[in-house]
Design a protein around this ligand. Sequence first.
Ligand code: GTR
Length: 324
Amino acid sequence: MTRTWFAEAMTAMAVAAPLTASAQAEMRAWNIHPDGYPVTVAMSYFAELVQQGTQGRLLVKLYSNGSLGDQPKAVQMMKAGELDLAEFNLGPLSEAVPSTKALTLPFLFRDSKHLFRQLDGKLGEHLEAKLKDAGYVVLGWYDGGARSFYCVNKAIHQPSDFTGLRIRVQQAETAIEMVKLLGAIPVVLPYKEVGDALKDGRIDCAENNLPSYESTGHFKLAKYIYLSNHTVSPEALVISVKAWKQLSGADQAVFQDAGRKSAAKMRALWNQRVDDARAATAKQGSQFATMTDHGPLIARMRPLHQKYINDPLTREELFTILMD
Ligand code: GTR
């Protein structure tokens, strides 16, 4: 694949003449979710705001539903300059920026409110600087939701129920370690393959937030859900540093403003979507078990927490969060 139209157009313009009022360039944006999902709605809103703010000079074309591939592929495409923007889950993204892994630890944040109180302040600025060094400019922090486990054949009620289960996880070290500490077997699979793997028995369980559990149709295959809410971590709307540097200062301000507004929209839509997903899946047979005592599960995560506290790369972030 060649570089995006945006990159070509910007390079040509830089050589030929300053960007004229009538010149137009298209930027490519990646998203894994389907139409109507809060991430997709918020990204479309972002695209609208960019078009308005640049008087139609810059168009953001949204490729949703993973039509360009899964997140690891999108990360590669962004590096190669084939994608300009994306909405990434911090789990897999943190693999490229290890100091951000602290935020993907299980049982760190109680809920989204707790997460955003930190992320919208100093901690967010710190992470944004790290992500920028790695090639990503954060335009907005989206809600990644609270993730829980769901299984095909077995209801989970206590930590010992996890023993020996094959559980799909994202390509993220903290998720892999978490599942091992539960006495289960982590199976790393792309998001789009999880449904088939639940169907053909490659995995017994998966874990995700309720809107994804519903939108992927996983609820039809794995009806036993254990509301562990184990990981509450963010997602980020990012633009590649490459594309960012090709924008004028005024256009960068338009992108930043659009990113902030799209994140506010996404977060506003999210909680309702969680409630709706729970009601809709329960109506179709999903059985929810609530975790009454978090203690035993958190106790199992101790080695993972300890590892990140000992690691100078993540210690500072962790202390900032824990002291709050
Ligand atoms: C979803 C998230 C996606 C993707 C997916 C997964 O909640 O929004 O970006 O990371 O989980 O489990 O792969």
